[in-house]
Design a protein around this ligand. Sequence first.
Ligand SMILES: [Zn+2]
Ligand SMILES: [Zn+2]
Ligand SMILES: [Zn+2]
Ligand SMILES: [Zn+2]
Ligand SMILES: [Zn+2]
Length: 292
Amino acid sequence: MGYDLERFVGYVNEGLLCCVCRDVLEDPLQAPCEHAFCSSCIHGWLVHHNTCPEDRLPLDITHLRPLFRYMRNDLARLQVRCVFRPQGCEVICALESVHRHEQQCDYALLNCSNAGCPVQVSRRSLEAHLCVCEYSSRVCSSGCGYTVLNTEEAQHNCVSELRAELDMLRAELDCKVEEVRHEMESRLDSQRRHMVQKESLLRSEVDELKGQLSRVMSDVRILLGAERARRQELERAELEKAELLELLKKEGLRPATPSEAAPPPAEVQRKLSPRSLALDCIKRKNREVTVI
Ligand SMILES: [Zn+2]
Ligand SMILES: [Zn+2]
Ligand SMILES: [Zn+2]
Ligand SMILES: [Zn+2]
Ligand SMILES: [Zn+2]
């Protein structure tokens, strides 16, 4: 938005007016067609258009250039009234220095510096306002540490203020303690549930292991029985072998007689088991060899 034309003293060349807002150019840019605009005006225009607002020639944001130097100089030298004229400032100065003036202008409107005060006063009346502002406050002189509004100083009571704050802090603390207790309880509860689950899992594992152990024990018992039987058989076989060797030795020493071809004595025969038939066969052959 440009500067209000009303504020200018004397004639303002039409070339220094914005083609969008028709006020005096503020932060000016110009198009290739040499029409000039305030920067904010032309940027706003080009959001919805792509032509110069004056002659409708095609225009893109990248075509915009700074104003000619001589025009910038003309603009800077225009005489303008202070924006705080309605507040009483009579200053008139060049456009290029009006900002500097306005920042220090005694008639500039300022917000009251007291928090919460809605009053706007001119810089020159601020001090007077602060003396009477009902939002003025100061730190309590009795040492409670509270900042007290001037208007409430008569009613201020350090003890009751401090007690109220203490009550508030206590309530806050109670609330926090309750929160923490609740959180701890819920955490413990979830841990307890977890432990119960784990315990039942472990119980079932132990049961399964017990079952496996009893199966293994019965296997071991079977194997031990088989081993015992095998040993007994082995011992029996050893005995038979020894007997047979004894027999063979005797046969080898004695001369062969017809009676030799007779079956072995009843004592030996008794001992012959089906398993030793082969050995028995060998014995017979041996005897025959001896007879021959
Ligand atoms: Zn403008
Ligand atoms: Zn144009
Ligand atoms: Zn002023
Ligand atoms: Zn105030
Ligand atoms: Zn106090």
